[in-house]
Write a protein that binds this ligand. Sequence first.
Ligand SMILES: Nc1ncnc2c1ncn2[C@@H]1O[C@H](COP(=O)(O)OP(=O)(O)OP(=O)(O)O)[C@@H](O)[C@H]1O
Ligand SMILES: [Mg+2]
Length: 360
Amino acid sequence: MPVPKKHQLIGIDIGSHSIKVAEIEDSKKGMILKNFGMIGLPENAIVEGSIKEMEIVSAALKNLLDNLQIKNKNVATSISGYSVIVKKITIPEKEEKDLEESIQSESEQYIPFDINDVNLDFQILPSESEKEETEDEEKEELMDVLLVAAKKDIVEEYISLLHLTELNPIVLDIDPFALQNAFEISNHEQSGCHALVHIGAQQLTINVIKEGISIFTRDSPHGGAQITSEIQESLDISYREAESVKLGAKPIETDQRPAIEEIFSSTVTKWAQEIKRALDFVATTFTDIKVENILLSGGASLLPGLGKYIGLETGLKTEMLNPFSNLEIKEKLFDIGYLNYSAPMAVISIGLALRSIGDR
Ligand SMILES: Nc1ncnc2c1ncn2[C@@H]1O[C@H](COP(=O)(O)OP(=O)(O)OP(=O)(O)O)[C@@H](O)[C@H]1O
Ligand SMILES: [Mg+2]
């Protein structure tokens, strides 16, 4: 059933490097891309997922929405990183409404923050194999619950930003789930086990999906900004200039080249190690599962040769995740070249635009 128009949301991905906005129309004939755009943010406006320059970020977002002529005020956005904990826990079986009442005490031991400082959400997962017997030999039914805890101060920042921009926050998601939603509507093979790897400016997000269900997620503080700041330091130039050097738009002296190449290679080595660590964890935790391929996205995945390198390091086929692949795109409304270039960066906003009013 298509989502009624009045329930559709704009997906807003507030990244540290740029804001992305997407709108999707769910029609009887399928999903249509209605709008997509990005706007850059200055250095340090958002740091470690926290909005440091509220006015600047709000003005940029407003600018982007005006340019795209978006009228809808209802928003799905997401948070990520250090302030969000996603954990699978196993607890004695109970009804959803009972768990709603006891979730705070059930989760306390799993959350590294004061339980009063977080917003909690949960999802009861489909049961897997038979559970073990307990000590007193009585069979106790257990269930798996996916717990999501987000620090209240960060949640409040994002809500304040949307209010300041005269928008209504309706859904607050987290990056790994938005990534999964974007994957699910793409034309990539869904059955089997796939590792989604999204590398942005400050955040590397991994979500391993098996038969449509997330079995592992991790966020770590890696991304393209690492390369930019190291170039900035090495050449003693501004962040903006360093960004141009990184993208090959600003030439450098021949004698500076080895140092810059070393920055690229040492950083991507760290990313590959992080991905391998996650895949090793998945392999040892779920011995019956074999990850088939990696689907790469995020702006940093545009680094030439990165997919090939990660493929070699992990031994897995590595492809780019294209979130537009199954959407109807009206060629007269979009610059196709721009969409193709933006596809890796658009992923989270597309995943968010798929959410609707009434979603939890
Ligand atoms: N062609 C390119 N080659 C290499 N790096 C690129 C290219 N295009 C963008 N990037 C890098 O990708 C990063 C931005 O990616 P993205 O838009 O996914 O990040 P973000 O969502 O703004 O940040 P966050 O990690 O905070 O979510 C920047 O570091 C940028 O320099
Ligand atoms: Mg991002």
